[in-house]
Design a protein around this ligand. Structure first.
Ligand code: CAA
Ligand code: NAI
Length: 246
């Protein structure tokens, strides 16, 4: 991938799953990584550094504006710049609408939507000052088509598409690109929470690729969209889903 060597990338939710795979992929491309998560990200840091680049773990709850600001401040203190911000942290609290609690609604909105707002708002002054940067967001097949039991999650994953496109329209002139990756069902802790029978009988059977995706397959999309190979791609939503949206 062109242009990622010596870049600095902040990845939220990088302690595990897609975020960790993305941290390792960016390290392979020669980038330095800020591992931002409220879970312990030191294992990710060690694995990144084993690949020969630098990494730092920052404990952050993306729902908190002050945490997001501190995360960017730490990145600037350690690395002196931020080239790429990847808004990857996300949660589910699934329930059919008739059973969904206000607590489950608020929690998912807080992480998946407000968290993306907080982290992007925190990094923008620096990117605007440099007139350079890439901000990536994480939607989902569920953000494009909805899903049973995911009123809250669908609202957020649809929402981040609108945010990403709005930012691209506002700030393309400032040299900042904003793109979104929309994964299908990927084999991480998040998918492990789906009841086994539902996963096998209702979900996997509908995926033309007939398998779950791998975190590394989403990491590759993030790396491409952050790279100079994508320098005229702005405001796009890239589905990486084994054709499950067809
Ligand atoms: N797709 C199709 N059918 C589904 C379904 C789904 N995702 N989820 C549930 N159903 C079906 C069930 O098979 C069941 O069908 P039958 O009545 O024919 O048996 C019916 O809906 C009711 O389901 P439950 O009996 O399980 O109802 P419940 O109230 O106990 O639980 C639920 C509801 C919490 C939504 C639970 O079914 C569930 O967790 N489903 C999975 C929801 C899901 O797909 N989440 C994705 C998580 S991964 C993710 O979000 C990442 C991403 O971006 C793709
Ligand atoms: P995961 O559950 O494996 O990892 C999520 C990470 O986010 C965890 O390390 C967790 O600690 C962190 N996190 C959660 N809340 C946080 C908070 N408030 N502040 C900081 N960090 C927080 O999930 P996965 O599968 O890796 O998902 C990553 C992203 O990809 C999410 O946005 C998810 O919605 C999205 N996605 C996942 C799909 C899948 O099938 N796994 C499909 C489509 C989208």
């Amino acid at each position: 991938m062109r242009g990622l060597k010596d870049k600095v990338v902040i990845i939220t939710g990088a302690a595990g799953g897609i975020g960790k795979a993305t941290a390792l992929r960016f390290a392979e491309e020669g980038a330095n990584v800020v591992v931002a998560d409220f879970a312990d990200g030191t294992a990710t840091v060690q694995e990144v550094e084993a690949k020969g680049t630098k990494a730092v773990y920052v404990k952050v709850d993306v729902t908190k504006e002050e945490d997001a600001k501190a995360m960017v401040a730490k990145a600037l203190e350690v690395f002196g710049k931020v080239d790429v911000m990847i808004n990857n942290a996300g949660i589910t609290k699934d329930a059919m609408m008739k059973k969904m609690t206000k607590e489950a609604w608020d929690a998912v909105i807080g992480v998946n939507l407000t968290g993306v707002f907080n982290c992007t708002a925190a990094v923008l002054p620096h990117m605007l000052e440099r007139q350079s940067g890439v901000v990536l967001t994480t939607s989902s097949v569920v953000g494009l088509y909805g899903n049973l039991g995911q009123t809250n999650y669908a609202a957020t994953k649809w929402g981040v598409i609108g945010m990403t496109k709005s930012w691209a329209k506002e700030m393309a002139k400032n040299g900042i690109r904003f793109n979104c990756v929309a994964p299908g069902f990927i084999g991480t802790e998040m998918v492990k929470k789906i009841p086994e029978q539902v996963l096998n009988e209702k979900i996997i059977v509908k995926i033309p690729a007939a398998r779950l995706g791998e975190p590394e397959e989403i990491a590759a999309a993030f790396a491409f969209l952050a790279s100079d190979d994508a320098k005229y791609i702005n405001g796009a939503v890239l589905s990486v889903d084994g054709a499950c949206t067809l």
